[in-house]
Design a protein around this ligand. Structure first.
Ligand SMILES: [Fe+2]
Length: 448
């Protein structure tokens, strides 16, 4: 397996790990979103007795000289004193108050007159009958639609309230009112000021008994958990981006490598065809020897890259024949001593061509020593046993097999059994015994 394949394998494993992490993250994030939804939908309550630092309510009379007055034409046979009350809701939390309402429980006789900007849900419990309630916009109403007990003093509406009655203020939902939502303290706008007018005999109305209901709204990205998810999702996305980029680059690199390998294969084929074409009987010989040499290397337990080196080196073992007289190579009769000496030169001439070719390692040794014999009686040097490079000993066996398995000018091709006999007979003399053993196994397994 080459480095690109290893890289792709690592990318696939990392992608699986990332997908698993992303799936887990999504599950936890969904749970987080559900919790945020619950948090946002929860109604919280503050009463006049509560002590909250996050949400504060302040109800007080407005203090200006024009903020209280006496009304004499009440139609009730008595004068009433009016006063403007301000209601301030302050949000000191980091989240929006996205809904709220406040209920005032009445403890003494008074009259609700006007208010801004929201609506008033008034509940009356007259002694003579059942509860009467109605929600009104006190700045914009039609008197004939009012079902509450009420009187009109000129154009002023007076809604009588007494102990046990209550009214609920609902804020104006229009964005321009600024009553909803109430932004958090971080926005420096964390409060809302509303107001209404109350009448009473003394001008004082006890509004100390109130109950504020509100809901907070936080976003899923708020808080530590939200920031954790934002960072985690960003890192996962970045990791996928990096892995994707590396994968695309590796695919492009691999396609370039494959194109170059193909080019090298074509060049090899051309070179080998050139040397094989010198001898009519050697057509395809180099290719066959290379394939047998690879089989032997695989049988000997070499890894893929070493097997490739053996294959490429074996391809060029006879390249030196391009310098041998073609008539001698194709001669059908027995060679003279001079002619045989000429043929022998192909080992030296081939090695001279391959000597400086670094990208085809071992080809030099294969070309130079593939006619050496294990017992030291070969050529060109008469090397023996381990003195002969391993690649040359492998090629010698592969070369001999291809020669025996095909017709030659001086004999016909040998049978399978004859070839096996020849190898066994020459084991330890012409051939390395270990390589013969490996090749006999190859012949058996591949039915050669
Ligand atoms: Fe040869």
């Amino acid at each position: 397996m080459n480095r690109v394949d290893n890289l792709k394998k690592i990318i696939k494993r990392l992608t699986v790990v990332l997908l698993a992490f992303l799936a887990l993250l999504i599950v936890i994030f969904i749970i987080h979103c559900i919790n945020v939804g619950r948090y946002n939908s929860e109604w919280r309550i503050i009463t006049s007795d509560s002590s909250s630092t996050q949400i504060l309510v302040d109800v007080h009379p407005r203090g200006g000289v024009t903020d209280s007055w006496v009304k004499t034409n009440t139609g009730l046979g008595t004068s009433l004193n009016a006063k403007i009350y301000e209601m301030v809701v302050t949000n000191n939390s980091h989240y929006y108050v996205d809904d709220w309402q406040i209920r005032f429980n009445i403890s003494d006789k008074c009259y609700l007159n006007n208010g801004w900007c929201g609506t008033f849900e008034v509940h009356q419990f007259p002694k003579s009958g059942e509860e009467i309630y109605q929600t009104l916009d006190l700045r914009n109403f039609d008197e004939k639609d009012i079902i509450l007990n009420h009187t009109l003093a000129g154009q002023d509406l007076l809604i009588p309230l007494d102990y046990g009655d209550y009214f609920i203020y609902h804020p104006d939902t229009s964005p321009a009112s600024g009553e909803l939502p109430i932004k958090g303290s971080e926005d420096m706008e964390g409060n809302c000021v509303c107001g209404f007018i109350m009448y009473s005999l003394t001008g004082e109305v006890d509004l100390a008994d109130y109950e504020l209901s509100y809901r907070l709204h936080k976003y899923v990205w708020d808080g530590f958990a939200g920031k954790f998810f934002a960072v985690a999702f960003s890192l996962v996305a970045l990791s996928f981006l990096i892995l994707g980029t590396i994968f695309l680059v590796s695919v492009r690199f691999e396609s370039r490598i494959q194109a170059l390998s193909k080019l090298l294969e074509d060049a090899n084929r051309i070179c080998c065809s050139l040397s094989d074409s010198r001898d009519y009987y050697s057509k395809g010989h180099s290719q066959h020897v290379a394939e047998y040499a690879r089989m032997i290397a695989e049988k000997m337990g070499m890894d893929k890259s070493d097997c490739d080196i053996v294959y490429n080196a074996a391809l060029y073992h006879n390249v030196g024949t391009v310098f041998v007289n073609e008539q001698i190579l194709r001669k059908k009769g027995k060679l003279t001593r001079e002619e045989y000496a000429e043929v022998k030169k192909h080992t030296i001439r081939g090695s001279e061509i391959l000597k400086d070719i670094e990208n085809i390692p071992l080809a030099y040794e294969a070309a130079l020593c593939h006619h050496e014999r294990f017992d030291g009686t070969g050529y060109p040097f008469g090397k023996k046993e381990e003195e002969i490079p391993l690649i040359a000993r492998i090629v010698a066996v592969a070369d001999a097999y291809d020669a025996m398995a095909n017709d030659r000018p001086y004999r016909g091709k040998l049978s399978r059994d004859q070839i096996r006999e020849e190898f066994i007979k020459n084991r330890g003399t012409q051939f390395d015994p270990a390589i013969v053993t490996a090749f006999l196994d190859v012949m058996g397994e591949r039915n050669l």
